[in-house]
Design a protein around this ligand. Structure first.
Ligand SMILES: NC(=O)c1ccc[n+]([C@@H]2O[C@H](COP(=O)([O-])OP(=O)(O)OC[C@H]3O[C@@H](n4cnc5c(N)ncnc54)[C@H](OP(=O)(O)O)[C@@H]3O)[C@@H](O)[C@H]2O)c1
Length: 286
């Protein structure tokens, strides 16, 4: 496994395993299998409602907690000074650990400023080794760095061949924020894994389409978080360090960029309308 080094020196495995949409009842065996096949970077979130099962899998696994890079994300409904701190303490209990490697603010809505102050406090107290954001636009990263007391060390955003985030990536690279890709395979929806361009490259190289998509992200210095509940796919998605995409293949994939996200657009006011009922619905559950 290769590692990315964050701005504070913390090392993060470049391929992580995500558990979004892994139902709670399947999550413990799936995460145990992921650890068994070699994953050492796990990405969950309060609003995935599977932190308990991720924690149980870590406890049941022979892999040392200190060898696992563990991330969770604070749900919007838990934002606010004091509330965020308490919600991370609950996450620690659910995950059965006394520290987290990374905690992210899940979205740049509601009282993310109060939430950020709590993450800074958790970081200063050593309960969290790194702090960051998710779905934050460059302007919001700059805002936190200037006025939030500490710059984010990571920003996790949708990134795949259809949504390449080139402007955001260049900004993050320039200011030392590690770019993490969510939905690196396009969440399995049409577009990435059935792309004739990526399929053609994969066939020529004797790799799978998923491996080529992940490799292309890694060659841009982006940490990838892929999800699969199938052992063979878990193995494939980890096995991406023994080949290199040539410049012409990189250019062919670059030409697939649509310039926008395929799931949510953090710059669109309609996204707030999408999240508001979700926040109300999940209020009190976390
Ligand atoms: N911060 C955020 O707002 C945010 C949002 C979304 C996701 N995330 C994080 O990013 C992680 C990954 O994103 P994602 O789960 O949405 O999408 P993804 O990893 O891009 O794609 C997952 C889909 O691809 C399929 N798949 C995986 N490996 C494959 C392979 N080798 N060949 C063919 N199909 C394959 C999976 O199916 P099977 O499971 O059936 O194999 C699943 O349907 C999440 O789990 C989560 O941790 C974060």
């Amino acid at each position: 496994m290769e590692f990315a080094t964050l701005s504070n020196g913390v090392r993060m495995p470049k391929v992580g395993f995500g558990v979004y949409r892994v139902p709670a009842e399947e999550c413990q065996p799936v995460v145990q299998k992921a650890l068994e096949v070699g994953y050492r970077h796990l990405d969950t979130a309060q609003c995935y409602f599977n932190e308990e099962q991720v924690g149980a899998a870590i406890q049941a696994s022979p892999v040392d907690r200190s060898d696992i890079f563990l991330t969770t994300k604070v749900w919007i409904g838990c934002y606010g000074e004091g509330q965020t701190y308490a919600s991370v303490e609950r996450s620690l209990r659910r995950l059965k650990t006394d520290y987290l490697d990374l905690v992210l603010l899940h979205q740049a809505f509601a009282d993310y400023y109060g939430a950020w102050r709590d993450l800074v406090r958790l970081y200063e107290e050593g309960k969290v080794r790194a702090i960051g954001t998710s779905n934050f636009l460059p302007v919001r990263l700059a805002d936190l760095a200037a006025f939030g007391g500490m710059a984010p060390q990571v920003n996790q955003v949708e990134t795949n061949p259809l949504c390449q985030q080139r402007v955001a990536h260049d900004y993050m690279a320039a200011v030392g924020v590690q770019h993490q890709a969510w939905a690196p395979l396009g969440a399995g929806a049409a577009g990435v894994l059935d792309s004739p361009v990526i399929c053609g490259i994969a066939e020529r190289l004797g790799k799978t389409t998923a491996q080529v998509a992940l490799r292309w992200l890694l060659q841009r210095d982006i940490v990838v978080l892929a999800k699969s509940t199938h052992e063979e796919r878990m193995r494939q998605n980890l096995d991406v360090f023994d080949f290199e995409l040539a410049a012409e293949d990189v250019a062919a994939i670059e030409a697939l960029d649509t310039g926008h996200g395929t799931f949510i657009d953090p710059s669109d006011p309609a996204t707030i309308d999408f999240f508001r009922p979700l926040v109300e619905e999940r209020c009190g559950l976390l």
